[in-house]
Design a protein around this ligand. Structure first.
Ligand SMILES: C[S@@+](CC[C@H](N)C(=O)[O-])C[C@H]1O[C@@H](n2cnc3c(N)ncnc32)[C@H](O)[C@@H]1O
Length: 305
């Protein structure tokens, strides 16, 4: 999917997995809802493949949602805004970044947010306890060239214009109003495949609340897919979703960690995808055939529950 436009590198973005994930969605949808939209990689890819003509993009991060909305509705303005900020980088481009970051923390201007996203370390959005964006600049890069950014912005706008609803709500509010016919793609804040973590929470979201929200979707017979946890080598990360949810678990191989390759180890990173019962009910044979046709190695696990 090389010509699918994308916004920026965003930590946890599903851009590289989008074509794999989309194989498990129905071929057409009334509406694709992303309660944890991030950079909307899945909606953009779904629009590109004409799977849906109607999208609901939600994320708790308000400047991010405002940025997505600007990109879709007013691509010229945001592309020019980015170009202007990018061109201001003087001989001391690190200093310029810190100035832009200060200004963003005062104004929450989505145009500056785009520059920070394009310029910060690993596209990783970090805030301190006062809610101030505090990620450092990437010292080796100056951020996406303005002409490349413009092409991506225009491409995203073409795909999503007049097809989206944008909100900045807690994911539970979104899920409380979805209905049969909607398709939900859930990509909660990443539990990640490394590091220690408190298993009751992942980046502020309570595991129990998340499970309750999924139970509710099942009760309403709303079809959904969840990107959730994964494993590297023999280590599995994240809390296992309860069997009672009746989900089907798919493993997607996303590659070897560079660290492991350096050490000559065969450590493969796998991301898990969970399909809701209302999605695979009556569709099992189709899903199996998707898997056998897949480019990457996809392993269908035993039915979960
Ligand atoms: C793993 S990222 C999603 C990445 C996205 N799939 C993409 O391709 O860019 C998780 C997102 O959830 C958002 N988020 C965190 N807590 C949330 C909440 N309670 N409700 C809605 N969104 C939330 C974060 O701001 C973040 O953008």
């Amino acid at each position: 999917m090389t010509s699918v436009p994308h916004l920026v590198q965003y930590q946890g973005s599903k851009r590289n997995l989008a074509s794999d994930i989309l194989q498990f969605l129905p071929k057409t949808l009334d509406r694709l809802v992303e309660p944890f939209a991030g950079t909307a990689a899945i909606s953009i890819a779904a629009a590109y493949q004409k799977i849906s003509q109607n999208f609901w993009l939600n994320d708790l991060n308000q400047p991010l949602v405002e940025l997505l909305e600007l990109i879709v509705k007013n691509p010229e303005k945001i592309a020019t805004g980015y170009e202007n900020i990018w061109n201001e980088q003087h001989s001391n481009s690190l200093e310029h970044y810190y100035q832009a970051r200060d200004k963003f923390n005062r104004t929450h201007d989505p145009q500056i947010f785009l520059y920070l996203l394009a310029r910060c370390v690993k596209g990783s959005v970090r805030y301190n306890s006062d809610g101030l964006f505090n990620q450092s600049p990437d010292k080796r890069r100056k951020g996406t060239q303005p002409d490349k950014m413009r092409k991506n912005i225009e491409g995203i706008s073409r795909l999503l214009k007049n097809k989206c609803r944008f909100t900045c709500l807690d994911y539970r509010e979104v899920l409380s109003t979805v209905r049969q016919g909607d398709f939900i793609y859930l990509d909660p804040p990443y539990q990640g495949v490394c590091g220690n973590r408190d298993t009751r929470y992942f980046s502020g979201i309570s595991f129990d609340d998340f499970v309750i929200a999924l139970e509710d979707l099942n009760r309403k017979r709303v079809a959904f897919v969840v990107s959730y946890d994964g494993k590297r080598g023999n280590k599995t990360f994240g809390n296992t979703l309860p069997e009672e949810l009746g989900l089907k678990k798919i493993e997607i191989e996303v590659g070897r960690s560079s660290q492991a390759t350096l050490l000559g180890q065969e450590e493969i990173t796998i991301e898990f995808l969970y399909l809701s019962p209302s999605l695979f009910r009556n569709q099992t044979s189709e899903i199996e055939s998707y898997i056998s046709r897949s480019r990457k190695q996809l392993i269908l696990m035993e039915k979960y529950g």
